[in-house]
Design a protein around this ligand. Structure first.
Ligand code: ASN
Length: 308
């Protein structure tokens, strides 16, 4: 049950207030940067007949209206691909709902409802998207240090440098150096951000494109925050070939019927593209140096905890 007194304390907590003040500035900076480099902002899709499968395509929120079943957006990946028919560079502040496993309740970084800044670029390569990500993060971090000077001082946060080009580590190198739980360990060792690249095909969704020169590996990436803050961003080049998409879905154990509508659109042709998405709450957590993601937004919902 929701404990009203505790909840009111949470809504009035000074740390939460500071984090949201910083977040307001972050939102404005991200928007400013992306619009200046030619992106169009599209409005979020909250319900749709189809959404990102992620780890299990059957686990998702659903709503029924007018007798139609809609899925609640886990990510706007498919809508981003289709939106490239309208504009070559698009972004969205996209609310996502993911029914995370209960083990993630106290990870300090998982919420079942969060906002992802999701972008996609027609005909782009991973290299171009990495460069865009470096410019965006470097600029936003530099600006926020000045624009939120007072809030960051009160939070006692001293942000590290974000100077491009960021370090790069392959999935294999990370695995060899730190073992299976490498994300947290790699992140704790980093002094600055790093790209984690070249995930094996079975580690990601079907829509990240396989490397033509390195079979079994993807042309994709995550960005890892330093100081133990973990994953910032995830993205890559996209698969656009209809037959290869179906093969990849089958390999993931996905029933093609569940993606009928998406596959019909795919058969009409998809643009080659690349893009990424990063969680706004995680960025806020990192920028403010907070230990828990619930301090980065009002009405935060941890996996398995009933909340407003
Ligand atoms: N937004 C991510 C991407 O663009 C996908 C995701 O959130 N699962 O690759």
């Amino acid at each position: 049950m929701i404990e009203i007194d505790k909840y009111i304390d949470y809504l009035e907590s000074p740390e939460l207030r500071l984090a949201i003040k910083v977040q307001t500035k972050l939102i404005s900076l991200i928007r400013q940067f992306l619009i200046e480099v030619g992106f169009q902002e599209i409005l979020p899709v909250i319900i749709s007949p189809v959404t990102d499968p992620l780890t299990d395509y059957r686990v998702r929120g659903e709503v029924e209206c007018y007798g139609f079943k809609y899925q609640i957006t886990k990510s706007m990946i498919f809508h981003k691909q289709l939106a490239l028919r309208t504009f070559p560079k698009i972004f969205c502040f996209s609310p996502n709902v993911r029914i995370e496993t209960i083990e993630r309740q106290n990870s300090g970084k998982h919420l079942i409802e969060f906002v992802q800044v999701d972008l996609e670029v027609r005909e782009a390569t991973r290299e171009e998207i990495i460069e865009l990500g470096e410019k965006l993060f470097a600029w936003v971090i530099e600006k926020i240090k000045k624009q939120a000077l007072e809030e960051l001082q009160l939070l006692k946060r001293n942000l590290p440098e974000f100077k491009p080009p960021f370090k790069r580590v392959s999935y294999q190198q990370a695995l060899d150096s730190f073992g299976p739980d490498f994300e947290a360990k790699l992140s704790s060792e980093l002094q600055g951000p790093a790209w984690l690249i070249d995930f094996p095909i079975e580690e990601r969704e079907f829509y990240d494109r396989q490397n033509d020169n390195q079979s079994g590996f993807l042309v994709d990436m995550d960005l890892i925050y330093p100081e133990g803050f973990g994953e910032a961003l995830s993205g890559g080049e996209r698969e656009y070939n209809s037959e290869r998409i179906k093969e990849r879905m089958l390999r993931k154990g996905i029933d093609l019927k569940a993606y009928d509508l998406y596959l019909t659109f795919v058969s009409q042709g998809l643009f080659q593209s690349a893009g990424f998405g990063f969680g706004l709450e995680r960025l806020t957590k990192f920028v403010c140096g907070l230990n828990d993601i619930t301090k980065t937004r009002l009405f935060a919902k941890k996996p398995g905890i009933y909340s407003l």
